[in-house]
Design a binder for this molecule. Sequence first.
Ligand SMILES: *[C@@H]1O[C@H](CO)[C@@H](O)[C@H](O)[C@H]1NC(C)=O
Ligand SMILES: *[C@@H]1O[C@H](CO)[C@@H](O)[C@H](O)[C@H]1NC(C)=O
Length: 296
Amino acid sequence: MNFFIVFAAIFIQIHATGANVPAVIVFGDSSVDAGNNNHIDTVLKSNFRPYGRDFFDGKATGRFSNGRVPSDFISEMFGLRPYVPAYLDPAYNISDFATGVCFASAGTGYDNATSDVLSVIPLWKEVEYYKEYQNKLRDHLGDQKANTIISQAVYLTSIGTNDFLENYFTLPNRRSQYTINQYQDYLVTIAESFIKTLYGLGARKVSLGGLLPMGCLPLERTTSFLTGNGGTCNKEYNKVALTFNEKLSGLVKRLNNELSGSKFVFSDPYPVYEQIFQKPSSFGNVCFSRCFILLI
Ligand SMILES: *[C@@H]1O[C@H](CO)[C@@H](O)[C@H](O)[C@H]1NC(C)=O
Ligand SMILES: *[C@@H]1O[C@H](CO)[C@@H](O)[C@H](O)[C@H]1NC(C)=O
């Protein structure tokens, strides 16, 4: 749960296709949730200060951030709306969602057991919402236009941290079933079927996000502080993030070869966050509240 993560500046390198991007479509957890959890029955919400204080109008929208989340910056960068609206937010309708929509839910994971912990939206349900969205889009714009949007949109996914921090390392169940290596492989099989499902539904440009150094998240460092370890990062968790990223990256390579016409990329936030955690001053105060680097 990335409570109080401040996303500092986004710096994006695009595999320059030069292609027009008509929409940004987002799946994942709190790292990209734009407020869907406000509209479901969970305690995991962020619709109160200090969340949102640097958002437009200083509004706490349900983003787990002081301001925007990475997917918002990316949308702006493509010349679209400067933020991606949450699918469950009744303030927006299909006209808005035609250029960008967010299905993400804070606290969720690849594993169904992870979304169960805090009764948030499981990944499979995010996909169900996406199917519903496709139908609404076809009704709204007609098949041809809708299909163009679906195939040319950029799909961003950012998920996985909670499977380890909220689930595997916290609750006994998965730990008794799987070694950490097996659990990673289990999550990768879910990631694989998720990407294949998106592909089957028409998605072609998908960015699969990896994990950041999750042992350095505020909660882990606070735990380290409280247990007398000086507030250092949890090295074991960081190692797990690195090996998981390697597996995801391998999956993306393989699927690119397997599925024709696909442009899948693995987005690795690890090195950038490592720099931010190691030397926050080099990013400056302003940047630290707005920086996040993503490789599309
Ligand atoms: C969406 O909402 C806007 C106003 O907020 C309205 O003008 C528009 O007609 C709505 N579109 C649809 C398809 O309902
Ligand atoms: C997660 O739950 C959904 C709905 O019950 C199910 O269709 C899916 O197979 C489950 N995923 C896994 C990996 O068990």
